[in-house]
Design a protein around this ligand. Structure first.
Ligand SMILES: [Zn+2]
Length: 242
């Protein structure tokens, strides 16, 4: 026992990471690599978005989307998935709609149609989750998008925005130069960015739309310098009449 203690103090304990979609372990050092990290097709961004879904929708209790799908305690969420990430489809078979928010992107999965972000094809209060990736920098009108998200989410439902935010997360949004050249969207396709920086004022826009927004950094528990941030927006309950 006295021999073991100094070793434990000086040598970091090696451990594998586990995929938040399917649970398969993989070496932690591969987490920085681009592309699919797991046999299920999940990339780093897939796993971070899945972690946000588990945290927001399932109170952080199931460890993977697969566990969430198999746990009878959690009814299958009604999902509008606009990420074009096929690895998420594996465990979200009850997605109501999936779609391409801008068109012209990478080859979309089967059954994906272009989506009008200013007029989502879902009934009022009909969804538990809206998943968006690389949209806030590119969409022409953020308040219009947020109003649509708030309309389609059921009370207590969540929208998750995965973007490449600046770090530290700045206070104010900065519009892009109107003459800016089109850029490649990380989620696919090429488009002129509408914004150069997304700032914390986007949380005020969410609040105005009836969405309580907060930042979520999925790796913070294991790494205090973990930078990748997702924004989660929870649909505030609608006022009842009478
Ligand atoms: Zn996996």
């Amino acid at each position: 026992m006295t021999d073991a203690a100094p070793t434990a103090m000086t040598a970091p304990v090696p451990f594998d990471y586990a995929c938040t979609v399917c649970g398969e372990p993989f070496p932690a050092e591969r987490f920085a690599a681009p592309g699919a990290l797991c046999g299920c097709g999940a990339s780093r961004r897939t796993m971070e978005l899945a972690a946000a879904v588990l945290h927001a929708h399932a109170h952080g209790i199931p460890a993977t989307l697969l566990e969430l799908a198999e746990d009878a305690a959690f009814p299958p969420p009604r999902v509008l998935d606009l990420t074009l990430d096929a690895a998420l489809a594996v465990t979200t078979p009850d997605r109501r709609v999936c779609g391409d928010p801008f068109g012209g992107g990478a080859a979309p999965p089967d059954g994906v149609a272009p989506v009008d972000l200013a007029s989502l094809s879902a009934a009022d209060a009909s969804l538990d989750l809206v998943l968006l990736r690389d949209v806030l920098f590119w969409v022409p009108d953020v308040p219009v998008l947020l109003a649509e998200v708030a309309r389609v989410l059921a009370d207590g439902g969540h929208a998750i925005f995965q973007e490449t935010f600046a770090w530290q997360f700045p206070e104010a949004t900065v519009e892009a130069d109107p003459a800016a050249e089109p850029k490649r969207r990380p989620a696919g396709g090429t488009r002129k960015p509408e914004r150069r920086v997304i700032g914390a004022d986007v949380l005020d826009l969410m609040a105005a739309a009836g969405l309580d927004g907060f930042g979520y950094r999925p790796g913070l528990a294991v790494d205090p310098h973990y930078r990748d941030l997702l924004l989660v927006a929870r649909r505030r309950p609608r006022l009842r009449e009478g």
